[in-house]
Ligand binder design. Structure first.
Ligand SMILES: NC(=O)c1ccc[n+]([C@@H]2O[C@H](COP(=O)([O-])OP(=O)(O)OC[C@H]3O[C@@H](n4cnc5c(N)ncnc54)[C@H](OP(=O)(O)O)[C@@H]3O)[C@@H](O)[C@H]2O)c1
Length: 334
């Protein structure tokens, strides 16, 4: 006999014998509907649809075999009790840095669609960031924008405070914001070096340190740093960028070790060449050369990176992955 049939039968018995509401609660528990809080970060919408016990009881109230007003009152009080005892599954609160365009935008949309509350950070593109929020809201999610430079400590503190003030906590941080200032080493200006290191490496340090303060108190969190395959291989004309991304990889492994006892998973995703504004400026000739070294023969899409990040950020199966660098590069680095 299935769960619904067992409950229906039990409720019918109550109608015949006038049993107390408490027995019906026992019956619900023995039918396998647990009232224990579900602690895992998971797809909020899927989970919340699985725990709508009161809605199921509503259906029983309308059953013709269940018409006496005394029994209706019992069921109403069971429903009330279950609503109060029902596990409160909160949508994970996520910050995505540099989420107005490209890979960050795709990540914000993917996590918003999965039911997260998303802070969409940007530096200059406020209109684009607003559009990302609107799109998340069309999926029924919650989002807000935060304009700020994540290479600046004060901006990072204000960003974390904005998320916590709005939603009370922080569960997931995606360090995505990044820039390139390419040039051969012999001609690279110190300003080119500093700009890239400040945002792509120091920014990751600042955001991670601030976010981890919140996550360590609740002993739960996931941090995903967007590195790059050039942090593993190096790349002509990108001494600054490769150094920053290699730094992010070393940083990821260290922080994963430091925070493992606090149940905070820290991983890096290292994309190859992904279609975005960053790669659009490379030009057709360089693109042709790049595609010759990509076994799959095409650029990756931001949505493909977002799918991997969503897995690391939300999936219970990713709970046992930490300190790793996952390449997503069409086979460039094997
Ligand atoms: N595209 C690739 O092939 C590729 C490959 C490997 C790794 N990655 C990495 O993936 C990440 C995203 O790259 P993308 O291609 O999506 O880049 P993109 O299209 O150029 O977007 C960069 C994002 O970062 C934001 N940003 C720039 N400076 C910022 C700052 N100081 N503070 C906060 N946000 C800032 C931008 O905001 P505004 O719009 O306001 O400027 C934008 O949202 C970067 O870390 C990049 O290094 C990209």
């Amino acid at each position: 006999m299935g769960v619904r049939e067992r409950i229906r039968e039990r409720v019918r018995e109550m109608g015949e014998t006038g049993m107390a509401a408490g027995s019906a609660i026992v019956s619900l528990n023995s039918a396998g509907i647990s009232s224990k809080p579900h602690r895992k970060i998971a797809h909020f919408r899927q989970l919340s649809s699985r725990i709508k016990v009161p809605h199921f009881l509503n259906l029983q109230c309308r059953s013709p075999s269940f018409s006496s007003s005394g029994i209706k009152a019992h069921v109403a009080s069971i429903e009330q009790a279950n609503t109060e005892a029902m596990p409160k599954v909160e949508a994970p609160v996520v910050i995505v840095t540099g989420a107005s365009r490209g890979i960050g935008k795709a990540i914000a949309l993917s996590l918003g669609k999965a039911g997260c509350k998303v802070l969409v950070n940007y530096a200059r593109s406020s209109k684009e960031a607003e559009e990302v929020c609107k799109e998340i809201e069309t999926y029924g999610g919650q989002a807000l924008t935060f304009g700020g430079d994540v290479s600046k400590e004060a901006d990072v503190e204000a960003m974390i405070k904005t998320a916590v003030d709005a939603w009370g906590t922080l569960d997931v941080l995606i360090n995505n914001a990044g820039i390139t200032r390419d040039g051969l080493l012999m001609r690279m200006k110190t300003s080119q070096w500093k700009e890239v290191i400040d945002l792509n490496l120091t920014g990751v340090f600042l955001c991670t340190q601030a976010a981890a303060k919140i996550m360590m108190k609740k002993k739960k969190g996931r941090i995903i740093n967007i590195a790059s395959v050039v942090g593993l291989t190096g790349n002509i004309g990108q001494a600054n960028y490769s150094a920053a991304k290699a730094g992010v990889i070393g940083f990821t492994k260290t922080v994963a070790k430091e925070y493992s006892s606090r149940n905070i998973n820290v991983n890096a995703v290292a994309p190859g060449f992904i279609a975005s504004d960053m790669t659009a400026k490379l030009g057709a000739d360089i693109e042709k050369k790049i595609l010759e070294i990509v076994p799959l023969g095409r650029y990756g899409q931001p949505e493909e990176v977002a799918g991997l990040v969503e897995f690391l950020a939300l999936n219970p199966a990713a709970g046992y992955i930490t300190g790793q660098v996952l390449t997503i590069d069409g086979g460039m680095v094997m």
